[in-house]
Design a protein around this ligand. Structure first.
Ligand code: NAP
Length: 536
């Protein structure tokens, strides 16, 4: 029988029958139940705590040193443009170069640190974040405009990434077995790559920023973290957590700055060994192309992990639970105002049940409340900034041409960037609304002749990230399993909400390199395999 015996380092390990110890298995961080009063109270207190430190200055962190610059990125609350979340020092090319040099130095020692110790840094960081869970989530409410449950899920995912990747590193730290013939000893081990550039998006301002950072670090690399300019404060707080968890100076350098200035400079840098990017298709392609060029002084081919946009579909069969279908469409389309790469921005419904599902989705959508996400009663908060607001509203206009607006269709950016959840009915499968990523609370409905036609429409974009199929027909389900070409396919549920370690996440085609974050092969992308063979 296994029993918990000790905290070795900071990771909880279990005694096994052979007299050794193993780590307790990974289990995802549970979501907070906000129907319980004590949880609501704790979250309100966390919001107050965060409100107490709004507007502070955050320096860059380069080689462990704090560097303050005149030029600042100002982070605002998207629900209230007047509220400053923080002023963050902004790296320029000179400071980016300094950070690169620090990272190169740190890499030389960090790559030799025992992977067990590297994993312990992640486990301790996870423990620190878990203790401050509501504080981080409250910060996401303020900085990213996330409703409580969405912010809570973002923080839980960040914790999951640390717990999961720590364990994955322990699993592969000694490489994997290969065959050896008599008289020889063959080994297959993974070694770190070098200095990586982590470029993260604002929509999972904590989880993706933290996940891509810690995966790079636990594998023995040093990194420069360039967070999205709309959400740099949560990244600054996370950099502090990693310091507290014992990460040596220079292994993580925090260098917020303009994507086009600092981003391009670091992507082009000859000492950059890999880039882990999550964001839009256009920026991803730019990085992919620039990274392909071998610059002077560069002695390797850069590795690029690029996770990009989506145009994700919920397909509804005629033999289906239609209430579940409507619920799944609405949740997938409007959770976090549709600002998820996995958001279901297309509903493709077999014509026999189209009207019934559409009408029920309209009813459900009209019940949704939009407003300040600091108020638990609001289902949807704002979109991230003025540029996003303008872009989404321009798609609403296009929707008036390409279909019928049957819910929502209005927005108000006077105080924050609020857009009503919008359904556009009867859209042609080739229309812009059905093809282009809107990244806001807009869902297009299209009619399919039958299930085969629905799958054909579902596959008709250049993306291939997530999809869902609502059906009771086992044969149709199997058909979709084979033919619906997306990285993450869900049956009889919505198309958002992948859990680390349970539904590894990443997409096909223009959705990216299908790196499968939170999956069993993810860490290897940050390492190179070395074969050694000794003749006895
Ligand atoms: P974005 O505009 O592409 O920005 C992503 C990151 O790239 C930001 O840190 C941005 O910095 C930086 N950047 C901009 N220009 C750059 C350049 N020339 N060189 C290097 N870096 C540059 O995307 P976003 O608006 O933050 O995020 C939304 C997008 O991300 C959507 O398309 C969504 O589908 C996608 N996404 C995909 C996944 C996935 O797993 N597939 C997950 C989440 C989001 P600045 O902020 O300073 O411009």
């Amino acid at each position: 029988m296994q029993k918990i015996i000790a905290l070795i380092g900071l990771s909880l390990r279990i005694h096994n029958d052979e007299g050794g110890t193993i780590l307790i298995p990974y289990k995802h961080e549970p979501f907070t139940d906000f129907s319980k009063e004590e949880n609501r109270k704790a979250f309100e207190e966390a919001l107050q705590l965060v409100e107490g430190y709004l507007g502070q200055d955050y320096p860059l962190i380069i080689g462990g040193e704090r560097v303050t610059t005149e030029d600042k990125i100002v982070s605002y609350n998207p629900a209230n443009k007047e509220e400053v979340i923080g002023r963050v020092s902004k790296a320029n090319q000179e400071l980016a170069e300094k950070a690169m040099q620090e990272a190169l130095t740190a890499f030389e020692s960090w790559k030799k640190v025992d992977p067990v110790i590297r994993a312990d840094v992640l486990f301790k960081a996870a423990a620190i974040v878990r203790r401050r869970k509501h504080e981080f989530s409250a910060l996401l409410v303020k900085e990213a405009g996330k409703p409580w449950n969405e912010a809570d899920a973002d923080t839980a995912e960040a914790i999951d990434f640390m717990e999961f990747y720590g364990r994955q590193m322990l699993r592969i730290k000694d490489g994997v077995p290969v065959e050896s013939r008599p008289g020889e000893d063959n080994r297959y081990n993974y070694i770190p790559l070098g200095v990586g550039i982590v470029i993260s998006p604002w929509n999972f301002a904590f989880a993706i920023m933290a996940g891509t950072t810690v995966a790079s670090i636990v594998t023995g690399n040093a990194v420069l973290l360039k967070p999205a300019s709309t959400t740099p404060v949560v990244a600054a707080k996370f950099a502090e957590v990693l310091e507290e968890a014992g990460l040596p100076k220079g292994v993580l350098n925090y260098v917020p700055g303009s994507g086009s200035e600092v981003g391009d400079y670091l992507v082009d840098h000859p000492k950059t060994r890999f880039i882990t990017f999550t964001g839009s298709r256009d920026v991803g392609l730019r990085i992919f192309e620039r990274a392909a060029k071998v610059n002077e002084g560069q002695v390797w081919l850069k590795r690029v992990i690029a996770e990009m946009g989506g145009k994700d579909t919920v397909v509804v069969d005629k033999e289906a639970d239609l209430e579940l279908a409507a619920q799944s469409i609405v949740k997938s389309a409007f959770g976090f105002s549709g600002q998820k790469c996995s958001a279901g921005s297309r509903a493709v419904i077999v014509e026999d049940v189209y009207d019934e599902v559409l009408n029920r989705a309209i009813e459900l959508t009209k019940e949704l409340t939009v407003g300040d996400p600091a108020n638990l009663n609001n289902y949807m908060g704002p979109v991230i900034d003025q540029a996003a607001f303008d872009k989404i509203m321009s798609y609403v206009e296009i929707g008036k041409e390409e279909g019928r607006i049957v819910a929502g269709g209005t927005g108000d950016s006077s105080k924050g960037y609020f857009i009503q959840p919008t359904i556009v009915a009867d859209v042609d499968p080739q229309a812009r609304l059905m093809q282009e990523e809107i990244f806001g609370p807009v869902v297009a409905f299209a009619k399919a002749k039958d299930f085969d036609h629905a799958i054909e429409i579902a596959n008709n974009t250049e993306y291939g990230l997530t999809g869902a199929v609502i059906t009771k027909n086992r044969m149709n389900m199997e058909k979709a399993r084979e033919e619906f070409h997306v990285g993450n396919l869900y049956f009889n549920r919505g198309c958002t909400g992948a859990i680390v370690g349970y539904q590894p996440f990443g997409g096909f085609n223009m959705s990216g390199t299908d790196s499968k974050a939170g999956g069993p092969d993810y860490l290897q992308l940050h390492m190179q395999a070395k074969t050694t063979s000794e003749a006895f």
